[in-house]
Design a protein around this ligand. Structure first.
Ligand code: BDR
Ligand code: CA
Length: 325
C-alpha cells in the first residue's frame, strides 16, 4: 500500500503532539507538511511547537508553514494554557527550534501543495478551521485538488466542551468552520461524538512514555499536565482524551468508526455558538432549511473506542517510533 499524503494543520496542544508524532511514526502516512494555527495557544507558540515536532521526529525536511493568528471575523475566545500548559506542551522543557519556517502562509502552502499533488493530499485540520477556510476562499478550485479532508472537531450529537454548545476547534472560528463544512469535497468530521469516548489509560500512557525516542520523551514530559486537567475536572476519569490522534486513527482504520452521512451547519449565535448541527429529516426539506444546498458530510458518531486507543498506542510504540525515513 502506498502511503497517504497528508497536511497536518495544528494548534499544538498536547493532543496535537500525540497526533503529530503518531502520523510521523506511521509508514502508512506521508506527512508532506505541517501548518500552524492559533487556538490552544497563540500562533508564535503553536508554530514553534510544529517546528519542534518535525525536528524531534528526525524529519527537518518536512516543511512547516505558519498560519492564521486569529479567526476570520470576530475576536478569538482565547488560549487555554490551563489545559495544555503555557508552552502548549504541558510545560515540558523544550529547546528553541533550529529549523526555518516555509516562506509561505499556511493557506498558500496548502493550495500550492494540493496543486502540485493533484488528487493526492488529505488535509487533516485539528485546530480552528481558519487556515482551511482562507485557503478555499483564496483558491476556490482547492476542493477539486485535494483527495479528502478529515477534521478533528465538532459535535453533532454530543454537548460542547468549550461551551454548552461548542467544541473548541469550532468555537474558535465558527464562520471558518461553516465555510469548510459547506464546501463540496469529501469531508469527515471526527468530533466529540467519538473522541470523548477514546481514552488513553494509565497503562497506555506508561507504554508511550517508556519508549526511548525524542518524540516519546517529549510526550512523556508533556502528557501529565494535560492528564491532570482531565483527572482534576472529570469525576472518576483516569487518563486523557487524545482527541486529535483519533483523526489519525480514522485515516488508518476507518472501519473502527461508525458514521452517518448528513449535511452540517455551524451555529453562530448565543451559547450554542460553535455547535455543529446535523441535518434532521423534518427540517432538511423545508423551504428555508439551514442545510439547503449543503453537501453531505461523513460524521463519525461512535466507534470501537478501545480498539482506537490501542491503535494510537501501537503507532506510538513502534520500535522505530519517530525515525521513519
Ligand atoms: C480539540 O480542542 C483542542 O483543545 C484540542 O487540541 C483538540 O483539537 C478538542 O476539542
Ligand atoms: Ca488541536
Amino acid at each position: 500500500m502506498s502511503s497517504r499524503k497528508i497536511i497536518f494543520d495544528t494548534d499544538p496542544g498536547v493532543d496535537d503532539a500525540v497526533a503529530a508524532f503518531m502520523a510521523l511514526a506511521c509508514p502508512e502516512i506521508d506527512v508532506v507538511g505541517l501548518t500552524s494555527v492559533y487556538g490552544n495557544l497563540p500562533i508564535d507558540i503553536t508554530t514553534a511547537n510544529a517546528l519542534r515536532f518535525v525536528e524531534l521526529a528526525g524529519r527537518p525536511d518536512i516543511p512547516v508553514a505558519r498560519g492564521a493568528d486569529r479567526p476570520l471575523v470576530v475576536d478569538d475566545i482565547g488560549p487555554v494554557p490551563f489545559i495544555h500548559g503555557d508552552n502548549g506542551l504541558g510545560n515540558a522543557p523544550v529547546a528553541d527550534p533550529s529549523i526555518e519556517l516555509s516562506p509561505l502562509h499556511a493557506a498558500e502552502f496548502i493550495y500550492q501543495m494540493a496543486a502540485a499533488n493533484a488528487g493526492e493530499i488529505t488535509l487533516v485540520p485539528v485546530g480552528p478551521l481558519t487556515n482551511i477556510a482562507l485557503a478555499v476562499r483564496l483558491h476556490p478550485d482547492l476542493p477539486e485538488l485535494v483527495h479528502e479532508v478529515v477534521v478533528m472537531g465538532g459535535n453533532a450529537y454530543a454537548p460542547g466542551n468549550a461551551s454548552p454548545g461548542g467544541e473548541a476547534n469550532m468555537l474558535h472560528d465558527p464562520e471558518a468552520a461553516d465555510i469548510v463544512l459547506g464546501e463540496d469535497w469529501p469531508l469527515t468530521m471526527v468530533g466529540l461524538d467519538v473522541t470523548n469516548a477514546v481514552n488513553l489509560d494509565h497503562a497506555q500512557l506508561a507504554a508511550i512514555a517508556a519508549v526511548d525516542s525524542p518524540p516519546n520523551l517529549l510526550l512523556a514530559a508533556a502528557m501529565p499536565f494535560y492528564q491532570a486537567f482531565y483527572e482534576d475536572n472529570l469525576e472518576g476519569f483516569e487518563g486523557l482524551c487524545p482527541h486529535d490522534a483519533v483523526a489519525i486513527a480514522y485515516l488508518l482504520q476507518p472501519e473502527l468508526f461508525e458514521t452517518v452521512q448528513k449535511p452540517l451547519r455551524v451555529e453562530m449565535h448565543g451559547f450554542g455558538r460553535g455547535k455543529t448541527w446535523a441535518a434532521d429529516p423534518y427540517h432538511l426539506t423545508e423551504p428555508n432549511s439551514p442545510w439547503a444546498g449543503r453537501p453531505d458530510v461523513t460524521i463519525a458518531t461512535g466507534g470501537d473506542a478501545q480498539a482506537i486507543s490501542e491503535l494510537i498506542v501501537a503507532e506510538l510504540t513502534r520500535a522505530d517510533s519517530g525515525s521513519k525515513p
